[in-house]
Write a protein that binds this ligand. Sequence first.
Ligand SMILES: C[S@@+](CC[C@H](N)C(=O)[O-])C[C@H]1O[C@@H](n2cnc3c(N)ncnc32)[C@H](O)[C@@H]1O
Length: 214
Amino acid sequence: MICPQCVGVEKFFDEKYAKRELKRYQRKGPVKTTRLLIEAIRTEGVKDLSLLDIGGGIGAIPFELFEAGVSRATDVEAATAYLKIARAEAERRGFADRVDYRSGDFVEEASDIDPADIVTLDRVICCYPDMQKLVSLSAAKARKIYGLVYPRLNLVMRLARPLINLQCRIKRSPFRFYLHSPAEVDRVLRDFGFTRRCESRTPLWQIVVFVRVE
Ligand SMILES: C[S@@+](CC[C@H](N)C(=O)[O-])C[C@H]1O[C@@H](n2cnc3c(N)ncnc32)[C@H](O)[C@@H]1O
């Protein structure tokens, strides 16, 4: 992992950060946006389907979807601290043999990753500069369902982005937060044969599930 954003991700999502998130998840379950994404995917019917979770963090999506009937999962994660925590939690929950944990930038690793029935990117495209590449390479892996959580393009997020990035500059971190156009995300997914099935919002985030049109 040598690109500036990869170094930034590694520093930003460190062990302390990952442990804090795991503790919160163990106490309260998935955060609201992740819960909304999981609920929307579950309504599509997930029994015996496979999952590819990109930038999976502590692994809440596979853990919750296993309970709903998903058979196997692959998690491609750029931050090694997250990967370590997610792997240990999978073992603790008895899921270790059902998740394939892959370390690295999905865009770089894509040619080695198998397709899956469901692909999820929960608050990931805002951590990646090239939305077009990330979304198109991941959409190409999704056989049925594509679930996304990404920042809304509203005033709060437009103001938050430069502030977050200024804070990173002050801390000399190469990590940057990106706002990508939802219309552009839609266009890429439409080009891959997906149509929007459902959408929900929180004040800061948009949760969208796409399905592949037969
Ligand atoms: C804000 S965190 C979200 C983690 C988790 N999905 C959640 O919602 O709690 C963004 C995650 O995406 C990962 N990430 C960003 N770009 C990635 C890429 N190109 N390949 C793999 N992981 C990536 C980061 O390492 C980080 O773990």
